[in-house]
Design a protein around this ligand. Structure first.
Ligand SMILES: [Zn+2]
Length: 404
């Protein structure tokens, strides 16, 4: 397949490139050439469209998709009042089916080709989520949420049962197709026993599988962790002690880390999912962008639906800028954080996150109003993130296959 199109590509947090006209050749699932000359006579003419790499949503809660828009100024109350009751609904298979289908459809409409998702604490619901992801043709890392204490009984399987469910789902779904991946998902330390964290960490390490969880989002949460784990000097040290940190781990939020915690994150190579709208919505705090960058921690952007209201990543790029009230965040950096930066967090930057020869053809084609007038990358990124009404998605490819 040969396509004539404009491209917008992330290069680094400081740089993005715009090429008004080039020819993209896709063979199977891979981009085989990006050239200013056509390699054949027949091509699809998308000259008036802009092609970007498909967005990567580094943190979203699939089973909370219908719980968006329920405000509460405190994380723990919000979980108890809205999130846990909603996640319990996914124990009903038809409901889980409906939510998963809506979630993946909306992701695709938003130009997202990869998502890292938390499902519910239900084996059935997670199974259904993978089936729907396969049907949707989207690239996923998804996991059954693990909890074995301090949460509603329905959501807390015993430690043993919890591990059995996660390991069985991993065996069944991880790499069943090249697009499907399992990620171990202990929700956060307060609802996980020491044994659950330790066994999960050991198993993930042995099988080289990713882990996701939440860290230092809210002050009350931090106090609770301090109370529950008196043997550890900090929240980060809880995860360190019980074996969940490392290069394959993505921790969401990380808003209130002390210097020594940032050091542990850097030493272990632990990555971060930054979810700015969620931080604003739950009044959790401001992401310490300068400190995280100074420590060279790898981070990318997540929607954190349902504490985030939208799956449209340019919207979260905008909030990332707005939330840094003391720092200017260049558009190139927000764009990088929703594409190549997130691919790096996943250790998948050799295969996704930008438009390059040899990479997977995960591509979004956009119609941009007044596109002919734009002549540089910054102008286009600004339009997409601040004036989203001017951008509409025309086509989406995942691994070279049209999914929308
Ligand atoms: Zn979350």
């Amino acid at each position: 397949m040969l396509i004539k199109t404009g491209i917008l590509n992330p290069v680094s947090p400081e740089k993005a490139e715009f090429i008004r006209k080039c020819f993209l050749e896709i063979r199977g699932d891979v981009i085989v050439s990006v050239s200013d000359k056509a390699s054949g006579k027949d091509f699809i003419d998308y000259s008036d469209y802009l092609c970007t790499p498909g967005f990567i949503d580094l943190h979203a809660h699939l089973s909370q998709f219908s719980a968006r828009g329920n405000s509460n100024p405190q994380l723990l109350d919000w979980l108890n009042n809205y999130v846990f009751p909603e996640e319990i609904k996914s124990f009903n298979p038809p409901y889980a089916e409906k939510i998963a289908e809506e979630f993946f459809t909306e992701l695709k409409k938003s130009g997202t080709t990869s998502v890292i998702a938390y499902v519910s604490a239900s084996e059935k619901a997670t199974d259904i989520a993978f089936r729907q992801a396969e049907k949707a043709g989207i690239r996923v890392w998804a996991g059954n949420v693990q909890m074995d204490c301090n949460a509603p009984e329905k959501l807390c399987a015993s430690t043993e049962e919890n591990l059995r469910i996660s390991f069985a789902l991993f065996e069944k779904w991880h790499q069943k197709t090249p697009l499907l991946n399992y990620i171990f998902t202990p929700r956060f330390a307060p609802v996980c026993s020491r044994e659950l964290m330790k066994e999960t960490g050991d198993y993930a390490l042995k099988n080289k599988i990713k882990i996701q969880s939440h860290l230092s989002e809210n002050h009350n949460e931090n106090l609770w962790v301090k109370d529950l784990f008196p043997e550890c000097k900090s929240y980060t040290e809880v995860y360190l002690k019980y074996g969940l940190l490392g290069e394959n781990t993505i921790m969401a939020h990380c808003l209130h880390l002390q210097e020594r915690e940032i050091k542990i994150m850097a030493e272990t190579g632990t990555k971060i999912a930054h979810c700015p709208e969620s931080n604003l919505f739950l009044k959790s705090g401001i992401f310490p962008l300068k400190e995280i960058e100074k420590a060279e921690l790898s981070f990318g952007l997540g929607s954190d639906v349902a504490a985030g209201s939208s799956l449209f990543m340019p919207y979260h790029m905008r909030i990332m800028d707005y939330m840094q009230i003391k720092n200017y965040v260049p558009p190139e950096k927000t764009f990088y954080s929703a594409t190549l930066g997130s691919a790096k967090v996943l250790n998948e930057h050799d295969s996704i996150g930008s438009i390059e020869v040899g990479k997977q053809a995960d591509l979004a084609f956009w119609e941009i109003k007044d596109y002919a007038l734009y002549n540089n990358a910054r102008k286009i990124i600004q339009t997409m993130q601040y004036l989203p009404d001017k951008a509409s998605l025309k086509e989406l490819l995942v691994a070279g296959k049209k999914v929308l």
